[in-house]
Design a protein around this ligand. Structure first.
Ligand code: MN
Length: 212
């Protein structure tokens, strides 16, 4: 029989594991979801039906569609690339026109490493004390953005730039600060008080960020 102390210790240990855990450990070598089961816990395809094509993704050969911020990204998570399912990782291709920006955002479920494939990219994040860690990265350099912290990138070269971001979650999520503030239906008065804006200024920002 375990002593009470031992039981408490084990419970605490178990809890700390749960708190520290990112995506859960896989139970199989791989689990290619059966397409018709699109729930959070889909069934795996029978391994005899799995082919090499389930482990290959060809959708990031070219840049995605550029937004008016001069930025194009193709997130490749388990929803887009089922081969990643249960493997605890995913990635993104991002391309910048000269001067293009990846607006301040954070990933609630993953730390990101961003590797500069081409160009010069001013990159940084802000910690929970509002301290900024930022500098220009050259081609071949990589920066880490800790999980849940706001980060941003801007092409400061005069030619296009590209990065490859990697995440330690199959579904990192992405919360864009301008959009979550002004592209959502947060009550206007809250935004006015929070940002010290008048109603005209709030309307202007809302117009810019509410999805058309
Ligand atoms: Mn990011």
């Amino acid at each position: 029989m375990f002593s009470t102390k031992m039981t408490v210790f084990l419970v605490l240990l178990l809890q700390s594991c749960i708190v520290l855990a990112s995506d859960p450990d896989p139970l199989h070598d791989y689990c290619i979801p059966i397409p018709e089961f699109s729930s959070i816990f889909p069934s795996c395809k029978n391994s005899s039906l799995v082919t090499v094509e389930d482990f290959v993704y060809s959708g990031i050969k070219n840049p995605g569609d550029f937004k008016n911020t001069g930025f194009a990204s193709i997130p490749v998570n388990s929803a887009v690339f089922p081969g990643l399912h249960t493997l605890g990782m995913s990635f993104v291709r991002a391309d910048f026109e000269a001067g293009g920006i990846n607006v301040p955002h954070y990933h609630p479920r993953a730390t990101e490493t961003a590797f500069v494939l081409e160009g010069r990219v001013y990159s940084g994040f802000v910690d929970s004390s509002n301290r900024v860690f930022a500098r220009v990265l050259e081609k071949g350099e990589v920066m880490v953005f800790p999980r849940g912290l706001v980060h941003f990138q801007m092409n400061v070269g005069d030619s296009p730039a590209s990065i490859l971001g990697s995440f330690n979650s199959q579904n990192p999520g992405s919360v864009k600060i301008p959009n979550v503030m002004f592209g959502s239906s947060i009550k206007e008065e809250v935004l006015m008080k929070a940002f010290g804006l008048n109603d005209k200024e709030v309307h202007k920002l809302r117009k810019r960020f509410v999805p058309q």
